[in-house]
Design a binder for this molecule. Structure first.
Ligand code: 4G4
Length: 223
């Protein structure tokens, strides 16, 4: 998969996109990414990318033309161009699974008070990672990229892949334990030492359902 981020702040991306599992995915050739900066497409001698809103009010609005040109410089037949915004459709794990099958994602990051409404037609869809406002779309774009890339076959090792199945069944993860067997007087559940793998699987399923009922009852009614 190829991912292009359209962003005024390209320096934000390498520390996230080249670290840990995403970095390993890139080294393996499973994903490649790059940034395109609307500032490089500004027609203005001061490389201006924003202006004051018509009708007045606080803050600045991103200019349509540099943003459109930046998108058009990377978009190809078959690209999926996604704008991250608080007004978008809520992103979830099922969408991440669909996205993992794409050849080319273009993730567009807004800034200031938002973008000129007329540029929206260059985007295929508008997504939100949750009901909160960020200073810019970069963290939302990288969140979407991370959730999609980890679903590409071969990105996760076998032992890492287990965690994927858990959310896919609509339940929260069961609790995990590691050494020491007793930590500050708190013991690991005995069943995990039983060696009875069916029994352990049943205990984990029950623990998943219990955790979901307590922490996220809204997920249970949907499942
Ligand atoms: C578009 C319009 C995404 C983008 C306005 C982006 C939250 C999300 C932005 C803005 C974002 C999200 C600057 C308000 C960038 N904030 N929930 N900010 N703002 O996915």
């Amino acid at each position: 998969m190829r991912i292009d981020f359209v962003t005024l702040f390209p320096e934000m991306f390498a520390p996230v996109m080249d670290a840990s599992i995403l970095g390993r995915a890139r080294e393996k050739g499973l994903v490649s990414w790059g940034c395109v900066n609307p500032r490089d497409f500004s027609e203005d001698k001061h490389r201006k990318v924003d202006d004051r809103p018509f009708g007045g009010g606080a803050g600045m609005v991103m200019l349509a033309e540099p943003l459109a040109r930046a998108v058009e410089s990377v978009r190809e037949a078959g690209s999926r161009v996604i704008f991250l915004s608080p007004q978008g459709k809520r992103f979830d794990d099922a969408m991440a699974s669909e996205m993992a099958k794409e050849k080319h994602l273009v993730l567009v990051c807004g800034h200031y008070e938002g973008v000129d409404e007329r540029v929206m037609e260059v985007f295929d869809e508008e997504l939100s990672i949750g009901d909160f406002v960020l200073t810019g779309g970069e963290l939302a774009a990288m969140t979407v990229a991370d959730a999609a890339v980890r679903k590409i076959p071969g990105v996760l090792k076998k032992e890492e892949a287990a965690a994927r199945e858990s959310f896919a069944d609509g339940l929260l993860d069961f609790p995990q334990y590691t050494r020491p067997r007793v930590w500050r007087g708190r013991e690991v559940p005995e069943v995990l030492f039983s060696g009875d793998h069916d029994k352990i699987a049943r205990w984990r399923r029950d623990a998943s359902v219990g955790a979901t009922r307590r922490k996220r009852p809204d997920l249970l009614s949907r499942a």
